[in-house]
Ligand binder design. Sequence first.
Ligand SMILES: NC(=O)c1ccc[n+]([C@@H]2O[C@H](COP(=O)([O-])OP(=O)(O)OC[C@H]3O[C@@H](n4cnc5c(N)ncnc54)[C@H](O)[C@@H]3O)[C@@H](O)[C@H]2O)c1
Length: 264
Amino acid sequence: MAKSVFITGAAAGIGRVTALKFAAQGYTVGAYDIDEAGLTSLHEEITALGATAVTGHLDVTDNDEMIARLDEFVAAAGGRLDVLINNAGILVAGAFEEIPISVQHKMIDINCRGVVNGLHAAHPHLRRTPGSVVVNLASASAIYGQAELAVYSASKFFVRAMTEALDVEWGPQDIRVISMWPLYVQTAMTDGVSIGTTKSLGINLTADDVANDIMSAIEPSLLRRRLHQVHFPVGRQATLFAAGSRFSPAWLTRLLNKRLAGTD
Ligand SMILES: NC(=O)c1ccc[n+]([C@@H]2O[C@H](COP(=O)([O-])OP(=O)(O)OC[C@H]3O[C@@H](n4cnc5c(N)ncnc54)[C@H](O)[C@@H]3O)[C@@H](O)[C@H]2O)c1
């Protein structure tokens, strides 16, 4: 039986490119999203690669739908769930007080509650599958709280904490839990976003960069396996910031973040 991967928010951007990479490696791909037109074309592309695609509507904030889609997919994949990718997310940038509270709540619902729903519903399937892996899409904004991205950044700290906690909790059950930390990626999410840090740092990564790193993170090198790497910065900038934040004093990290946000 082929290995299987379940990806949320798979119709576009990072999720879509990742789905195609898994398909190219012969995985049975479960691709779910609220964008059903995007899923139809993705289904065709996966099938053209000779892999099996299972696609369907899933709003990650709806826990009943999450349970139903996961159960259906795992049944179609012969009872196994090798990889779960909690990828669906939204970003709304700007001054905190100017973003309507309903929009702030929606970011929390999709980026945090959606991830909790995915983890909770997938657990029985992951537990039954030897060597299963969960990949959570966090972000470089989980390194230090980001101006003009306060709630988005906080939601990625939430994902970071969920990853660390469950990696420890589920390790004895043979489930690895990891997170990806890209800086800005050229997808619909960042289209038209112009804030201090997009101006100072640029939007340099592609969805392909992130998908490639996901593929290597799920099959880590011997060194990474020994070191038990949990978080995977994507690209040179995020790697530098993640390493720097471990060693620089808090005042210096804050100063750097102020400079990059252009608020001083
Ligand atoms: N683009 C970036 O700069 C960047 C950087 C770091 C991390 N990330 C993270 O990577 C992930 C993917 O981002 P992307 O850049 O590919 O974004 P994207 O906007 O290109 O794609 C996101 C996908 O999620 C889907 N989605 C939105 N709400 C949903 C919901 N409620 N239920 C199910 N699907 C839903 C959308 O329809 C879309 O297909 C997100 O978690 C994001 O926070 C992105």
